[in-house]
Each structure stands twice: as structure tokens, then as C-alpha cells.
Design a protein around this ligand. Structure first.
Ligand code: ADP
Length: 256
């Protein structure tokens, strides 16, 4: 049964978006971060819940990896990323003693923490909560979707790279969403072409357009392509202000 605490902590959240990918390393956390930052740029208040328990990379991307979370009466207070407090983040990364500690847990313990993350973070009022999930379609995903179901998530954004292996995995994600009754907001094709740091021309080093074709085939929206951009990696890894570095990118606007 849903506890009082559950509804209190997510009752001020207007929209919940899950970000899924079939594989690790395709840029799911990067796209989650981009969506959050673009929403903030559009004047929205955003929370990010990083439930990628074995690979929590968002604290580093947002340059808050040295911060700690605190407890209040209704649970954990998330870490505020910016001075205006328009982006808040909760991640297992904040609970580890050392940043390179590994989470070596069996499924039930992970599932329990996911449920706790969903019920015990005091988000306050948010326009959007972006939930960055682990790669694949595991037990942890089912726990996440089930625990969020009472709060009616808006749906899932699926991230793929253009290669056939990644596209194949996204097909499985589509089936997963269908089985769990989770609406698909759309597909993002990441690492779609390479932006030369010298002349900024974009070259397709892998195939291109697979994500768009799959979206057409599956009858779900295609949200856009994000090229492989060394300056993007640098911006995220050095924790620079993403939207100051990429003020005019149409891709991020099209994702939002
Ligand atoms: P995942 O969450 O799917 O495991 P990440 O978002 O952590 O993947 O991305 C893996 C690595 O690739 C990170 O170092 C990230 O900065 C980099 N990366 C992801 N997308 C892009 C992109 N479009 N351009 C440049 N680097 C990217």
C-alpha cells in the first residue's frame, strides 16, 4: 500500500520522465542531464533522480560529486546544482563513502534502495523529475516503473546510438514499455555523427538515421539526433555550465 510519505514527497512533482537505454555507454546519463538543463533553460524547476546504482555518473557531470545529501523530516534533501535551486539531484553517488566505491549488491537490496529513492527524497515543488535508469531491462527497471506508477509518469525517452546493435536493444526497450504500460515519449539518436573540433563540420562515422527509422517503424516520435561532440564531453566532464557552452543547439530544444 502507498504510504503517506510516498505521496507527500512526489505530490509536488508535475511530470515524471524516465530515460532508458538498451546498453551502457550510449549516452543515457548525458541525455538525461541535457534534458534537465534544457528544461531549466526553459524556466522549469527540475529534479534528477539517478537510479543507475552501479554507474552513477550525473553528480560528476554536474560537478557536484563532492556534495553530501542531508536528512530532513520527510527524507533526503537532494543536492541543489545551481544557485537558483532550479535543478536538484539525488544519486547513490552521494551516499558512497568514496567516489570510486563499487555498489556490489544483489537485486533485492538494489530494488529496496530504488523504492526508497522514489519515496524518501524531499523534492518539493518540481515541474519535471527526470529519472536516469540503469542500462537494459532488468529487475531494477520493473521496480522503478512499479514504484512510480501511482504518480503516473509521463513516459520514457529511449536513447540509442545509430549502430544496429544498439537499435536492436531499443526494440527490446519498446517491448518492455509496452508490457509495463509505460508510454514512450520518443527516441533520441545519440552519437549521431562526429563534430570536428576544428571546423565544426559533422561527419557520419557510424551509420545514421537508425533511430529515426525505428521510431517510424514503431510509431513513436523521433526526438532528434545529438552528434558525438568532444566539446560536449569536455563540458560535462569538467562540470562547466552546459547551456552557456551550447546556447544555440536546436537538438536540445527539440528534445524538450
Ligand atoms: P550511459 O549513461 O549510457 O552509460 P554516458 O551518458 O555516461 O552513457 O556517456 C558515456 C560517455 O560518453 C561519457 O563520457 C559522455 O560524456 C560521453 N558522451 C555521451 N554522449 C556524447 C555526445 N553526444 N558527444 C560526446 N560525448 C558524449
Amino acid at each position: 500500500m502507498e504510504s503517506e510519505g510516498d505521496s507527500n514527497n512526489l505530490s509536488g512533482v508535475q511530470h515524471i520522465i524516465l530515460v532508458l537505454s538498451g546498453k551502457g555507454g550510449v549516452g543515457k546519463s548525458t541525455i538525461s542531464t541535457e534534458i534537465a538543463l534544457a528544461l531549466r533553460h526553459a524556466g522549469k524547476k527540475v529534479g534528477i533522480l539517478d537510479v543507475d546504482l552501479c554507474g552513477p555518473s550525473i553528480p560528476r557531470m554536474l560537478n557536484v560529486h563532492n556534495m553530501n545529501v542531508h536528512q530532513c523530516d520527510s527524507g533526503w534533501v537532494p543536492v541543489f546544482v545551481d544557485q537558483e535551486k532550479s535543478i536538484s539531484l539525488m544519486s547513490i553517488g552521494f551516499l558512497l563513502e568514496r567516489p570510486d566505491d563499487a555498489v556490489v549488491w544483489r537485486g533485492p537490496k538494489k530494488n529496496a534502495l530504488i523504492k526508497q529513492f522514489i519515496s524518501d527524497v524531499a523534492w518539493g515543488e518540481l515541474d519535471f523529475l527526470i529519472v536516469d535508469t540503469p542500462p537494459g531491462t532488468s529487475d531494477e527497471h520493473i521496480s522503478t516503473v512499479e514504484a512510480l506508477r501511482p504518480f503516473r509518469p509521463m513516459g520514457a525517452v529511449l536513447v540509442t546510438t545509430p549502430q544496429a546493435v544498439s537499435i536492436g536493444d531499443v526494440r527490446r526497450e519498446l517491448t518492455f514499455c509496452k508490457k509495463l504500460g509505460l508510454p514512450v515519449i520518443g527516441i533520441v539518436e545519440n552519437m549521431s555523427g562526429f563534430v570536428c573540433p576544428h571546423c565544426t563540420e559533422c561527419t557520419n562515422i557510424f551509420s545514421k538515421g537508425g533511430g529515426e527509422e525505428l521510431a517510424k517503424y514503431a510509431g513513436v516520435p523521433f526526438l532528434g539526433c545529438v552528434p558525438l561532440d568532444p566539446s560536449l564531453t569536455q563540458t560535462l566532464e569538467l562540470g562547466k555550465d552546459f547551456l552557456q557552452e551550447f546556447p544555440k543547439s536546436s537538438t536540445y530544444t527539440s528534445i524538450v
